[in-house]
Each structure stands twice: as C-alpha cells, then as structure tokens.
Write a protein that binds this ligand. Structure first.
Ligand code: SF4
Ligand code: SF4
Ligand code: SF4
Length: 261
C-alpha cells in the first residue's frame, strides 16, 4: 500500500494576463501557510516569484487577469490545453473588471491616453475587447474578489489535496454580516451593495462601517430589479449602483439585464 508521502504531488501553476498582480500577491502573502502547502504541491510555474517556470501539464492552474490582447488570448488557450483544472482567480478573471472599464469609454480616447506610440499595437500586442476568461475557454472554478481572499485559495487547495470537488462560497455579503452580528448599514442610510454581491470576504467592509462597493462582483443569480428597488428605498440612486457594477461586473455588466442600464 502506498503511503500519502508517496502520493504524486499535484503540479500547480499561478499565471497572469492583464491585471494588476494583486490577486497573485494575496497567494504569495500567505507566507507560512503557503510554505506549509509547498510541502504537498509542486509549484511548477509562478513567474512572479520564480525564475524558472515549467510548461504544463498542470493539475491546477490559477489564472489572474482578463483577456485584453492577442498575447493574453494565446497564453490563456495554451494554459487551458495544459491544465486539468483551470481556476479564474479574481474579479478580472471572472467578470473582466477594473481594466475592463475601457468598455464603457471611447476606445480611441482611451488608447490615445494610454499609448504614446500606437505603432506597435500589432501581432501579439493587438488590443482585444476586455473580456473574462470564460468568454474564450472553459473554466472549472471561478473565485471572484478584487482581490480574492486568501482563505478561498487555501480552502480550494485543501479540497484538491483531499480529492474533493472544491466548493466555492456563493452567498451574498449580507449572510456574513448576519453571522458577525453587524448592524445593517442600510438602516442608517449608508450605501451598501452587499445584497447582490458574492461574499466570502467575511463582510470586510461593513465590519468597519463601510458599505460594500461590490469588489467580488454580482452573484450569478442576483435579482437585480429587486435589489435596485431595495437600494432605492434606502436612498441609494441607481446611477451609483450602475457605476459600481460597471467597475466590478465589467465585461459582464451587460448580462445583468435592462433594469440596471
Ligand atoms: S481582480 Fe483586482 S486585484 Fe485582481 S488583478 Fe484585477 S484589478 Fe488587480
Ligand atoms: S450592511 Fe450591507 S452587506 Fe451587511 S447586511 Fe446590510 S446590506 Fe447586507
Ligand atoms: S464587503 Fe464588498 S467591497 Fe468589501 S471586500 Fe467584501 S465584497 Fe469586496
């Protein structure tokens, strides 16, 4: 009988495309727990912290960022082919958030502001409409957050290591508020999008008396018309909700329905 120490370690990769690197940093800042985890996995590719990185096959590949260029797209497709499980890590990857704000602006103006010289925007540098990973490849798991929480990474890795199907938390922020016995900010007329936003952050903002601005992106089954009614009744204008959702729901904003547009 083979002992657990003889079990083949899963080959793990942490890759990124267009984003700010904040989602990867969450993983690297776990430090002690990550070091512990490194005894049980082979971190074969993590270009942000390793000089030597291996191509697949990968058992698990985390991808941070959204597709905004031809290079992003080619890399993403390659990692999909090389990976057993592909995880969209962070709201850029799941929704196409902050860098996707370009979608709501004049494309020409944005490119002129960002690029002094546009002559090299060809080949793999060709800009593409910012889109989440699922617009291009099959995704096995989505963990949103700008950035996501370290506990969600650790929980997912634990499930993989125990050969369990990972379960991603999928309740609104309000549930964690209730669990932490936080007085609802809406009662005091404060802005909070918590009812329509995926939690998993342990109500990080409401706990410090700050309304949820929606960084985990909207829940897939969020009842937007109902939420808008509730927020309006609490003095929160639709325009503000729209701005927040454009920032974090990004490329998936259009899918939220006509009520918010
Ligand atoms: S989700 Fe937020 S933290 Fe992560 S890469 Fe995008 S902008 Fe950065
Ligand atoms: S403070 Fe926000 S997240 Fe918390 S219960 Fe109220 S609406 Fe929900
Ligand atoms: S409360 Fe909202 S904005 Fe704050 S970390 Fe959680 S999901 Fe993000």
């Amino acid at each position: 009988m083979s002992s657990s120490s003889e079990k083949k370690k899963p080959r793990v990769a942490i890759h990124s495309i267009t984003g700010c690197a904040g989602c990867q940093l969450v993983i690297y800042f776990i430090r002690d727990k990550l070091l512990e985890l490194l005894g049980e996995i082979d971190l074969v590719a993590a270009p942000m912290i390793k000089g030597k990185n291996e191509e697949g096959p990968y058992d698990i590949c985390f991808v941070e960022g959204l597709v905004a260029s031809q290079r992003d797209l080619e890399n993403l497709k390659k990692w999909r082919e090389q990976s057993k499980f592909l995880v969209a890590w962070g709201t850029c990857a799941t929704h196409g958030n902050v860098p996707g704000i370009k979608i709501f602006m004049d494309e020409k103006q944005v490119e002129e502001a960002v690029y002094k010289d546009k002559s090299n925007l060809t080949g793999e540098n060709t800009p593409l409409k910012p889109t989440p990973l699922e617009a291009h490849v099959r995704i096995d798991y989505r963990i949103s957050g700008c950035p996501p929480e370290e506990i969600e990474f650790l929980r997912m890795m634990q499930h993989f290591l125990m050969d369990m199907k990972p379960v991603v938390y999928n309740e609104p922020v309000c549930v964690e508020c209730t669990q932490r016995e936080i007085k609802c900010l809406l009662e005091d007329g404060k802005e909070c999008l918590g009812p329509m936003i995926r939690g998993g952050c342990d109500a990080l903002c409401p706990v410090v008396n700050h309304g949820c601005t929606g960084c985990h992106g909207p829940l897939e089954d969020a009842n937007i018309p109902q939420m808008l009614k509730l927020l309006k009744a609490n003095g929160i204008p639709k325009e503000l909700v729209k701005q927040r959702l454009q920032k974090y729901a990004g490329a998936k904003f259009e899918e939220l329905g006509a009520d918010i547009r």
